[in-house]
Design a protein around this ligand. Sequence first.
Ligand SMILES: Nc1nc2c(ncn2[C@@H]2O[C@H](COP(=O)(O)OP(=O)(O)OP(=O)(O)O)[C@@H](O)[C@H]2O)c(=O)[nH]1
Ligand SMILES: [Mg+2]
Length: 345
Amino acid sequence: MFKFLKEKIESWTKKIKEKAEEKEPEKEEKKTKKVIKVKLEKEEISIEKPKSFFQKIGEKINTIKISEKEFGIYEEELEMLLLENNVALEVAEKIAGDLKEKIIEKEFLKKEIESEIKEAFKEIIREILVSPPNLIGQIKEKNSDQSKEPYIILFCGINGSGKTTTIAKIAENLKSNDISCVIAAADTFRAASIEQIKEHGNRIGVKVISHEYGSDPAAVGFDAIKYAQKNFINCVLIDTAGRMHTQKNLLKEMEKIVKVCKPDKKIFVGESITGNDAIEQVKSFDWAIGIDGIVLTKADIDEKGGTALSVGYVTKKPILYLGTGQEYDKIEPFDKEKFIKKLGL
Ligand SMILES: Nc1nc2c(ncn2[C@@H]2O[C@H](COP(=O)(O)OP(=O)(O)OP(=O)(O)O)[C@@H](O)[C@H]2O)c(=O)[nH]1
Ligand SMILES: [Mg+2]
């Protein structure tokens, strides 16, 4: 998972380190002497002498600064490697710009430059990605309310992105957390979609509410909510038909489902492997219905890893889960620190 981006970041930071080590000693020495002189002058009036004279010389020779001009060469390369790994242009520019601010004209110990750059990278990624909320906690909180209203989650996305499979995985996950659920088979459009979700329901032991093919998806969602209210079910998961983000009429249909079902969470399900197109998809769905979170599926077959950064940055919405395979247990709550580690940072 995310192997390519990890390798590229690794070799990019190494390159700066190697270049730093190659930097002309003569210039360094001149600079060192100057600094030492200043330091010595300062030392004359200083009472405390925490470091010895020789310690300071040693430190100076081993320190380095990267100028803005020098960074320019690396900057272009960094943007390219991010772009090649599914990081969208606006996000790549943001990362490179922030990194530049964090490292240029700052003095680093040569031996630490690689780890300092990685540390700066980490900070930037932490800022880019919104921390996911605790969904289980949120559902339980709503259920503890006297009204006994179920927590409603609506799933949307383009065709084949993994919505139905994700719903089955989440339903099973909720069950293991003592949260009961019902699924609304609101994809009344695609052939065999109702049978598909019913099969999942049978396997995981979750009730599926369905109507005829071609019927109003909002009505299916509404019936599932009524069923949950009547039977004290904690959570309603609404499956919807895959639709291209460019199909305005189908996005309008999503708006109607939202109006009727009033979901607590609207989750966009996208493929981790989609790359730049995921940005356009997520933007369109967000524009149409205002999404609250994202699930990225197929992370198990994603060697790059940049999509998470891109969709997280452009929407400023949290990534809730990563789908990591076809089986029901192949879903992981998104963990920023784990993601950063997977990128080798
Ligand atoms: N490797 C892998 N495959 C997945 C993952 N999630 C879903 N899939 C597969 O992706 C394919 C499509 O999944 P569905 O859940 O049917 O996708 P969908 O978005 O509901 O599709 P439509 O209803 O046709 O729009 C299936 O073969 C799934 O098994 C995942 O995390 N990893
Ligand atoms: Mg489906």
